[in-house]
Design a protein around this ligand. Structure first.
Ligand code: SAM
Length: 551
């Protein structure tokens, strides 16, 4: 066990930010004493880590900085406050206003009057807070019963963070705003602090006043306005509001042509934006959220399953883990992230004893990120995420009608065909390494053993997913020669690789609002038109790796 000496007060004192405990505001001093006398210990990995990092001076930005921090974009997600301390976004583990300077006394430096606030957290702890997308009314800090009833117990005083925010207003110094909301992904398991935090950008303090708060005591209020020119929040679902409320006033947003492309079929709605032609929405297809099978395609019987119960946890006793080379392909963080791209992932299926929450069913759990479809200048529709997507997370399955390839009239005229070609994926096209070491997999009725020879004489794909008339959000994802998604073949109900599910995963940490793309992997000059001539399609992916043509 580690002593948690990285609490706000201890850390502040240790780093000489607040030299004398008596200079600190009461909250800081009380916290410091409590932690020393009770000898806090923790099992939480984030707190252990931050404790070590603080002791070894290994956190980023020791000194506090104002404004944006390099590498931390609007929408960046933190799974505990310790992570924000580690990167210097908000350097206090418990307090909500992170400020620089002495708490009571005005001091001057470089022409500025201190204390000055660098960052604030807004996470529903204060009953008087109010926030919407562009404007926040933020309650000052202190004299509050946290983590008790979260009520004010006496009048707030103009000192510490309160004084700092007042100075921010006077000197027009912007403050970083971080919004917290309840989320099971949090490192904390305590009900009141089980939160995830999202960086919401820079705000300026435009006013302050005091008033009688909800509990009848004086509270300071600060009006904050989001600075212009930051990443546009085109949908509000990204921003989580106090007391767990999520605003859904999307109808007021400019360019919105459809509130939910999925018509309620997905767990998250998928808005569509068109800033070029606000009366044009995607048409000509019907949204479906799972594969439809053409009449002449027969799906093999369900594969035998594992005998685990609840969630698969022991790879030695789980037969599905054995199919994946002896371990689970996913880490459970963030609701399941693929360790690495694999030739084929064997997930748990209908005959397995585990339940829907099992980590080895990660790709079966629906959309996890807030996606939106938008119109581009040169590529038609495209898809992006309003949420940060961590590397290895499943983004969506490619859904449509499962058909036989030889029945399609003219593939070259259909933009929405995805050939199920796991051999192609296995050979590492798309920048992925082929790992023959892993391929001692029972690859269904197609092959018993995969080796160099069989890969060289790869069979032609027999089946495809046709999303031209029925499909999901994946049909709008464009090609890039330097993509941020990769294609993963997945077998869950049966083990026939010719009919594998196609799921798109994040190849990197994907910042919010970045277009989602994968490599379509056409060979140049491989597409022949109905007239027998080679077809060409210029690529507008715009990356430095661009091959100039899709095919
Ligand atoms: N943009 C499509 C739409 O509007 O429905 C969604 C993708 S659809 C599966 C594939 C088609 O999108 C391609 O045939 C091509 O017309 C276009 N496309 C995708 N990526 C492209 C790129 N990098 N450059 C140019 N066109 C692209």
């Amino acid at each position: 066990c580690y002593r948690v000496n990285g609490s706000a007060s201890d850390h502040e004192i240790a780093n000489g930010k607040i030299k004398d405990k008596e200079e600190g505001c009461e909250g800081h001093v009380k916290q410091a004493k409590r932690s020393k006398h009770k000898g806090w210990v923790t099992k939480r990995p984030d707190l252990k880590a931050i404790s070590e990092m603080l002791n070894k001076n290994e956190v980023l930005y020791h000194e506090r900085y104002f404004g944006d921090l390099p590498g931390i974009e609007v929408g960046h997600r933190f799974y505990s406050r310790a992570e924000m301390v580690a990167v210097g976004l908000h350097k206090l583990l418990l307090k909500r206003i992170d400020y620089i300077g002495k708490p009571y006394v005005k001091s001057e430096y470089n022409g500025y009057t201190f204390p000055l606030a660098a960052a604030i957290v807004m996470s529903g702890q204060y009953e008087d807070d109010f926030g919407n997308r562009e404007e926040i009314v933020y309650t000052g800090e202190g004299e509050k019963d946290i983590p008790g009833k979260k009520r004010q117990f006496s009048d707030q005083v103009m000192r510490c963070g309160n004084l700092a925010l007042k100075n921010n207003k006077k000197q027009s110094v912007p403050v970083r705003v971080i919004r917290g909301h309840k989320c099971d992904d949090s490192y904390s398991k305590k009900v009141y602090s089980k939160k995830v935090y999202i960086y919401d950008g820079l705000y300026k303090v435009t006013g302050y006043w005091d008033e009688k708060g909800v509990s009848g005591f004086k509270v300071f209020k600060y009006r904050l306005k989001r600075l212009r020119g930051q990443d546009n929040l085109t949908s509000q679902n990204q921003v989580h509001f106090v007391r767990g409320k999520v605003s859904r006033v999307q109808q007021e947003l400019p360019g919105l042509v459809c509130k939910d492309l999925s018509n309620g079929q997905e767990d998250k709605c998928i808005p569509v934006f068109n800033f070029y032609n606000p009366s044009l929405a995607p048409t000509g297809f019907k949204y479906i959220n799972s594969i439809k099978v053409a009449k002449n395609v027969s799906i093999p019987p369900d594969a035998p399953g594992c005998n685990c119960r609840g969630k698969c946890t022991n790879p030695r006793s789980c037969s599905c883990a054995q199919l994946n080379g002896g371990d689970f392909p996913y880490v459970s963080r963030d609701g399941g992230r693929l360790f690495e791209a694999k030739d084929v992932v064997f997930e748990c299926g209908p005959n397995c004893g585990c339940g829907p929450e099992c980590v080895n069913r990660t790709s079966q759990q629906g959309l996890k990120y807030q996606l939106e479809v938008y119109r581009t200048k040169e590529k038609g529709w495209a898809v992006r995420s309003l949420d940060f997507i961590p590397s290895g997370a499943p983004v969506c399955e490619y859904v449509g009608i499962l058909r036989k390839n030889d029945e399609l009239e003219d593939i070259s005229e259909n933009d929405y065909i995805f050939e199920i070609d796991c051999w192609h994926t296995m050979k590492g096209i798309g920048g992925r390494e082929r790992r023959l070491g892993d391929v001692s997999l029972p690859m269904s009725n197609l092959v018993d053993e995969v080796d160099e020879r069989t890969l060289e004489s790869e069979p032609e794909p027999e089946f495809c997913i046709d999303a031209s008339s029925f499909g999901n959000v994946a049909r709008f994802i464009n090609h890039s020669c330097d993509p941020n998604l990769f294609v993963q073949c997945i077998l869950s109900s049966h083990h026939d690789v010719r009919l594998a599910r196609i799921v798109l995963f994040a190849a990197d940490d994907i910042p919010r609002m970045q277009e989602l793309t994968y490599d379509y992997n056409y060979a140049i000059d491989s597409v022949i038109g109905p007239d027998g001539k080679t077809k060409q399609l210029p690529c507008f992916c715009g990356t430095s790796e661009c091959r100039k043509r899709l095919y």
